[in-house]
Design a protein around this ligand. Structure first.
Ligand code: SF4
Length: 340
């Protein structure tokens, strides 16, 4: 690890005044410290924001909830208000990382964690995200964990967060404090920038800006919420594909649907067209298949991650069957048992 200066901020304006070129805020540090040890990130100054009062609260806000940026992932998942009104968020958090990491990782840090593209973590490999215009070693490389939507010729990295996928389905907004002391809120799709030709620019945050909170809108009391994550092992693994869903029925018809996907997008992925085509329709396997077609229409895959098309389709259909009360599809288990 390279030498760096460590500063502790006691207030937001103190943090802003300490921020400058080459500075990096730190809270839980569960991703940043790894990146510093690997010399993928080499900040000259690290500003610890853990001592700033008021950023570790979960409070009622305009019928919804305001989640402070320093709220730990474990505390957020266990919060009674979250479990009761936003169970999709609680489940997504518990599907991420390990309990030790969830005890340290914060809400703001989770949103800003970097991709787990293996080439990004290896400074010996070319990576446009780490070193602009260096090239992309993932081209022709191992692509199993890479995104298939929102990618560009410059970068195919997937966003790794589970929490952010649930927040995207919930239409969360992110509160940001600017260096001028003004606060603004942005939707998650505005926070995250698609890679385009500048994959090193991942968010709309300007230098010195701090995420102070995430705001969840008022809950939908009649919506079924679910989070399904498919991964290579049962715990402590990033998603190959995940789906967060909030679905409200009106009798036999889908009244509202909000789906978001992880593991497949350059950012937590949602498609308004997919939600719109589900709404007002009676649930059916055929409808869900068409929704998957629309979702995946612009997917770009290679041999190593083409399986994500079918995996995403199946995950979408399974989650929608469950959320709309359709019987689960047959797994063929009875047949297997009969054969053994
Ligand atoms: Fe870097 Fe993106 Fe290429 Fe991965 S996919 S090596 S993060 S440029």
């Amino acid at each position: 690890m390279r030498p760096f200066d460590y500063l502790r901020a006691n207030a937001l304006d103190d943090a802003a005044s300490k921020a400058g070129d080459g500075a990096q805020f730190i809270a839980g540090g569960t991703n940043l410290l790894d990146l510093m040890k690997l010399q993928v990130m080499t900040p000259e100054t690290v500003i610890d924001i853990n001592n700033i009062d008021g950023l570790d609260k979960i409070e009622p806000h305009e019928g919804g909830l305001k989640i402070g940026t320093l709220v730990r992932n474990a505390d957020l998942a266990a919060d009674p208000q979250v479990r009761r009104a936003y169970p999709v968020l609680s489940r997504a958090l518990l599907a991420g990382a390990s309990s030790q990491i969830r005890n340290k990782a914060t809400t703001g840090g989770n949103l800003l964690q970097r991709t787990r593209c293996p080439y990004f973590y290896d400074p010996a490999m070319a990576c446009n995200k780490r070193d602009p215009s260096a090239g992309c070693a993932a081209k022709g490389g191992v692509s199993r964990m890479l995104a298939i939507l929102g990618t560009s010729a410059a970068c195919r990295a997937a966003h790794p967060s589970d929490m952010a996928v649930a927040m995207r389905a919930l239409d969360a907004r992110v509160e940001i404090l600017g260096t001028d002391g003004a606060t603004r809120t942005v939707a998650l799709d505005e926070l995250y920038q698609l890679p385009g030709e500048t994959p090193e620019i991942e968010t709309c945050l300007e230098p010195g800006e701090i995420i102070t909170a995430v705001i969840l809108p008022a809950p939908q009391p009649n919506a079924t919420q679910s989070y399904r994550k498919i991964r290579d092992r049962a715990s402590y693994a990033f998603a190959l594909v995940s789906v967060a869903a909030l679905v409200e029925m009106d009798g036999e018809t889908i009244k509202t649907a909000s789906l978001a996907f992880g593991g497949i997008g350059a950012r937590p992925w949602a498609d308004a067209q997919v939600n719109a085509m589900l709404e007002g329709e009676p649930p059916s396997e055929e409808l869900f298949g068409r929704a998957a077609d629309v979702l995946l229409a612009d997917a770009v895959t290679d041999e190593g991650n083409d399986f994500k098309r079918e995996m995403t389709r199946r995950a979408l259909v399974a989650v929608m069957r469950e959320a709309t009360g359709m019987a689960p599809a047959s797994t063929g288990t009875d047949k297997v048992e009969a054969l053994t």
